[in-house]
Design a protein around this ligand. Structure first.
Ligand code: ARG
Length: 348
């Protein structure tokens, strides 16, 4: 708890949500007298939204005001937290019409160990890694905690919920809660031979919400995917699913030398497939060109509100066709404003 940070957040809150003049000062007097700070649900809601607005790595910030905030700070048992996480998954997924959502738990007593609420396991085997290499360490933790490995390429990991700093408990996410998209290509029928799928909603569970003088280590949040996150990174990175050689084979590309640009061609087809598949399944997604245009609108709106636009260039620039977006051609100041979201130490 930091009085200066609380004060500056409450000032933002007073101004931006049109509270009566003096709101921040009055709140500060009470907070100092009590020596403790418990945000109102309305303050928490605004903090979570402003934290998104200040997230320098995020290209999707135009929609910061639409974030749905669930205040679950009083939910303190494993079973009830699990139930609220399922509610988050269902509400956010919304049958494909994805809703940006955050569920905020108690600032001291709850921790979710997962990196995302839905993510695929990764197993180290004698024949190499099966599944998502990014999940190998966490998958081991789950197995040590008693989870049964299934050794598939797309096994959804269990939710690992910790309360009051004691041993965490594991919960399987029922299948019907996990919306997934099988990957097909609009013109190449052989593409489905790759047998790729991805989950619909990226729900980050391991970042801390800096709520403006108070921190929430358990505050899973989601937006919707930008296609390249899946097509140019999760499926393409050599240390992730590493599918470019397989895509090249399905499209009969000449892979005799990198100079044929077979990797670039495979990337385009893979990303076409991701966008096509999500669209066909009725699941929200944005391509990187439209996302960049939306980010431009965000920059204009922030300018109009007389707030400085901050950003992390290396993250904002999409990993394909970078120079076709305006983002590539200008510098961004990577300045940290509170509220925000940031990385925290792994609990394992
Ligand atoms: N890049 C991460 C992934 O592929 C998700 C990060 C958050 N993305 C988002 N569109 N909100 O799983």
């Amino acid at each position: 708890m930091n009085y200066d940070e609380i004060h500056s957040f409450l000032t933002i809150y007073e101004q931006e949500t049109k509270q009566p003049e003096g709101y921040a000062e009055q709140r500060m007097a009470v907070i100092k007298e009590k020596g403790s700070y418990w945000q109102t649900t309305d303050e928490l809601t605004h903090a979570a939204r402003v934290a998104w607005r200040n997230s320098n790595k995020c290209i999707g910030r135009l929609f910061w005001q639409s974030l749905h905030v669930f205040d679950e700070r009083q939910t303190l048992t494993h079973d009830t937290i699990f139930e609220r996480l399922l509610h988050h998954i269902q509400f956010a997924s919304n049958g494909g019409k994805i809703r940006p959502t955050i569920t905020v738990f108690h600032p001291e007593r709850v921790r979710i160990w997962n990196e995302q609420l839905v993510r695929y396991a990764g197993y180290e085997t004698a024949e190499g890694i099966i599944g998502d290499p990014a999940s190998v360490e966490f998958t081991k933790v789950c197995i040590d905690l008693g989870w049964q490995p299934k050794y598939g390429r797309f096994d959804v990991l269990p939710l690992v919920i910790q309360v009051n700093h004691t041993l965490p408990r594991l919960y399987e996410v029922p299948k019907e809660y996990v919306l997934e998209v099988p990957m097909t290509h609009p013109t190449n029928e052989r593409f489905s031979e790759l047998d790729l799928r991805w989950y619909a909603v990226p729900m980050i569970a391991n970042m801390k919400l800096d709520g403006g003088g108070i921190e929430y280590p358990a505050a899973p949040f989601n937006g919707w995917y930008m296609g390249t996150e899946i097509g140019a990174r999760n499926f393409a990175d050599v240390d992730r699913y590493n599918q470019l050689p397989k895509v090249a084979a399905v499209f009969d590309l000449d892979t005799s030398t990198q100079a044929t640009l077979w990797q670039d061609r495979a990337l385009v087809e893979l990303n076409v497939a991701v966008l096509h598949s999500f669209k066909e399944q009725g699941v929200s997604i944005v391509d990187h060109h439209n996302a960049a245009q939306q980010f431009k609108l965000f920059e204009q709106a922030e300018e109009k509100a007389e707030r400085p636009v901050t950003g992390n260039w290396a993250w904002l620039v999409p990993p394909m066709a970078a120079a076709t977006t305006h983002i590539y051609h200008k510098p961004y100041k990577n300045h940290y404003f509170s509220p925000n979201y940031f990385y925290q130490k792994k609990p394992y």
